[in-house]
Design a protein around this ligand. Structure first.
Ligand SMILES: Nc1ncnc2c1ncn2[C@@H]1O[C@H](COP(=O)(O)OP(=O)(O)O)[C@@H](O)[C@H]1O
Ligand SMILES: [Mg+2]
Length: 477
């Protein structure tokens, strides 16, 4: 088995690369300025360096002082590596002619021999490519050079390619991509005040690529962190045969038990938002003693608990006992609220997966899912939201999506991913001597015909829940 060279980016190493790049690999990392190329290269340098590999870091870009201090913020102590003699940093001279470019190539070869490096980093190859741009032959020289580099070092070579602003493709990669074993393109874009970042795998020899684009974040202390849709190693053992009972038989009759991995979508008009589903899921958590996570995009945790208390107190008539009920529910329900406007799409995605990984709930309730849907910019919406829902399914989490109706597309996208749908609507009914507003509940479950429940069914359900809560209050003493 060939030796592996990691990138230090966990999901990339473990999930996508099966342990890392093989020795003898040439990896091209391309992207616009600010997309994270230098950070990526520094991750590779640092995480191989601390494994006692010798690193040769060549740059036409920033000074050693600048690079070291920037990367230190990302948790990468390149200075420490240099002190231990594991890293050689060399700033290459400006290239002004094709001859100078050839000189630099010879210089690089010499440095590789001298330093006995296992890992070579060139940030970036653009000055070389640009100097040779006019001559096809000379570009061939460069191509041949990079072709021989992995063999020269017998380890890993990472070459960075700058994509100028306004261009979407690494045109200047100029044939280097043919000889590279992997081509990784880093993307970033501004969404409001926030940056969304994606890592795209364009080419990866000898690997199956499950998904081509992965969101990532660059953060102080942790550096680059990549987000895979599924973290297979963290999937808990499937709760065989486990099912959650709805706290009222009406819902049970039409929608059946709530099964691990199933998604229920509850939609209501944006101008007639109902809170009963929130109460329903709180009671369901208590009734089933199921670890439940509310992820709210609209209400704060305080507001949800207050609403719940008010409904118990007034509408359900529990009076002073309502606080006790809320506390009983709090034993099973944790509320996490996220303001969608404070994050970019990829950050939102990573936060949600983070909190799910941390809490490992049995049931997840998304409150105000439409906010998340509408926030995620158009072309990445399907990928990111699908990945979250897939994650929930694979991890055998029963999920409930509570969402205002904010458009046909949003409704049908969500309904299409769900296993059961509950849709509230209000209809104006003209009686003989009065005009009333009548609430209807449309209910559908996979494999069954949809049904229309009227207001009576809702009332019955409410009575049943009340009885159930009274019973649980008595039992708790
Ligand atoms: N400590 C940090 N915290 C958060 N973001 C950072 C940090 N350091 C760098 N970044 C982000 O990384 C970007 C630059 O990354 P860099 O690897 O230098 O990109 P490139 O080499 O592609 O130009 C910066 O624009 C910044 O947004
Ligand atoms: Mg850079």
């Amino acid at each position: 088995m060939p030796e592996k060279y990691i990138t230090g980016i966990r999901v990339l190493d473990e999930v996508i690369l099966n342990g890392g790049f093989d020795s003898g690999s040439l990896v091209a990392v391309a992207g616009h300025p600010g997309s994270g190329k230098t950070s990526f290269a520094s991750m590779v340098a640092y995480y191989n360096g601390i494994r006692d590999r010798k690193i040769l870091y060549l740059t036409f870009q920033e000074s050693k002082k600048k690079l070291f201090s920037h990367m230190k913020k990302l948790g990468l102590d390149l200075e420490g590596l240099e002190r231990e003699g594991l890293l050689t940093f060399i700033r290459l001279p400006v290239i002004s002619s094709p001859e100078a470019a050839e000189d630099v190539i010879n210089k690089i070869s010499g440095l590789i021999y001298e330093s006995k490096a296992d890992v070579l980093i060139v940030d970036s190859v653009n000055p070389l490519l640009e100097a040779l741009d006019s001559s096809v032959d000379r570009r061939g020289v460069l191509q041949n050079f990079f072709y021989s580099v992995p063999e020269l070092i017998g380890g890993l070579a990472v070459i960075i390619v700058e994509i100028p602003y306004g261009e979407s493709n690494p045109r200047l990669i100029g044939g280097v991509d043919f000889v590279a074993d992997a081509v990784i393109v880093l993307h970033h874009r501004l969404e409001g005040d926030y940056i969304s970042r994606f890592l795209e795998i364009r080419k990866l020899r000898g690997h199956e690529i499950p998904v081509a684009k992965f969101p990532f974040t660059i953060k102080t202390g942790t550096g680059i962190r990549l987000w895979a849709p599924l973290r297979l190693e963290e999937i808990p053992s499937p709760s065989e045969g486990k099912r959650y009972r709805p706290p009222c038989s009406t819902v049970g009759r039409y929608l059946g038990d709530m099964l691990p991995g199933m998604i229920t979508y509850t939609s209501y008009p944006a101008d007639a938002r109902v809170i009963t589903p929130i109460i329903f899921m709180g009671v369901a958590a208590l009734y089933n003693r199921a670890k439940t996570m509310f992820i709210s995009f609209t209400y704060s945790p305080g507001e949800i608990w207050e609403l719940m208390g008010e409904v118990f107190k007034g509408y359900m008539g529990f009076g002073d006992k309502s606080g006790m009920l809320v506390n009983m529910i709090k034993k099973y329900v944790k509320i996490y609220s996220i303001n969608v406007n404070s994050y970019s799409s990829s950050e939102l995605y990573s936060r949600i997966l983070d909190v799910l990984n941390e809490e490992k709930p049995e049931i997840v309730v998304f409150v105000g899912f439409h906010s998340l849907y509408n926030k995620m910019v158009k072309d990445m919406k399907d990928d990111l939201l699908n990945n979250i829902l897939l994650y929930l399914k694979y991890n055998k989490i029963y999920s409930v999506i509570l969402s205002s109706y904010t458009g046909e597309k949003q409704y049908w996208w969500t309904a299409d991913t769900a296993d059961s749908v509950i849709r509230y609507s209000f209809i104006v009914s003209n009686g003989s001597n009065s005009t009333r507003l009548v609430k209807y509940i449309y209910a559908w479950r996979k494999g069954r015909e949809p049904v229309l429940l009227d207001v009576e069914a809702g009332n019955t359900c409410c009575d049943e829940i009340k009885e159930l809560l009274e019973k649980m209050l008595r039992e708790s003493g």
